[in-house]
Design a protein around this ligand. Structure first.
Ligand code: AMP
Length: 253
């Protein structure tokens, strides 16, 4: 199996990234569709696109996705209040949670969104070695079968237009929660038109919150809340250990 990854930027600033895990006969099609994505992103046309294709050496872990939990909020104020309640329920200390939210609101990479995630311990300290790049969860994908199960479930809820966003975020959150030491994840997108985000954890699943920012706002990001990790091991697992979601964990409301 091969890992095919795309990263697009303009003037050194991150625009988009995406990746697949596929058999060797799918490399060309996957590369083409990732290039098409890079060229049509709503944040603009890149002046640099990097595609890397690499044989996976480590065994691929097959896992079931976190359950997808749908919530209803009317706006970003209600969405943030819900995210705060969930994070507190999961044992994230108040100060740590407020610092994380404020970093995502204001652009954690010196006013801009990071390319990867903040790694934050229970004292609210940022552990990621590079505060602009952050730590990227990588080498992950979903099988055709699991993808179909997810597509059917969200179609029944009228959410099919968000399929790509939901699928990629669910796979990413599933990988993040599978790495030992992750307590929870908070995310909202930096795509200006996509206001949704989530709080994810092993206990509660991937809790999708439809509004965590106002439409048009370009600031977003991810925070991996961790406890008791060896940072090097944690980053290595997050970036290098391949996982394939081979079953959808179900939908709850
Ligand atoms: P997106 O969900 O693609 O809109 O990404 C929102 C934010 O999450 C980005 O601005 C990055 O800070 C972060 N991010 C995106 N992809 C990853 C990844 N693979 N691993 C860690 N963080 C990511």
């Amino acid at each position: 199996m091969f890992s095919v990854r795309m990263h697009a930027s303009r003037g050194g600033k991150h625009i988009s990234g995406a990746e697949r895990i596929i058999e060797d006969n799918g490399i060309q099609a996957a590369s083409q569709s990732l290039i098409d994505r890079a060229l049509s992103h709503e944040k603009g046309r890149p002046d640099f696109i990097n595609i890397s294709v690499e044989a996976l050496e480590k065994p691929i872990r097959h896992i079931t996705s976190l359950p997808l939990v749908l919530t209803h909020v009317r706006n970003a104020v209600e969405g943030k209040a819900l995210a705060r309640r969930l994070l507190l329920t999961l044992g994230i200390p108040l100060l740590c949670m407020e610092k994380a939210i404020s970093l995502l609101e204001n652009g954690a990479a010196g006013g801009e969104s990071m390319r990867g995630a903040i790694v934050m311990n229970m004292r609210g300290e940022r552990l990621e070695p590079d505060k602009y790049r952050g730590v990227r969860a990588s080498r992950m994908d979903i099988t055709e079968e699991a993808s179909m199960e997810l597509a059917c479930a969200i179609e029944r809820e009228g959410l099919s237009r968000y399929f790509t966003h939901i699928s990629e975020a669910l796979v990413l959150a599933t990988k993040v929660e599978s790495v030992e030491g992750t307590v929870a994840e908070l995310c909202w997108s930096d795509d200006p038109s996509y206001t949704a985000g989530y709080v994810a954890s092993k206990e509660l699943g991937y809790v999708r919150i439809p509004h965590l920012k106002r439409e048009g706002n370009c600031n977003g990001g991810r925070v991996f809340f961790v406890d008791g990790i060896d940072l090097n091991n944690y980053i290595h697992e997050m970036e290098k250990a391949p996982i394939l979601v081979n079953k959808f964990g179900g939908l709850r409301k």
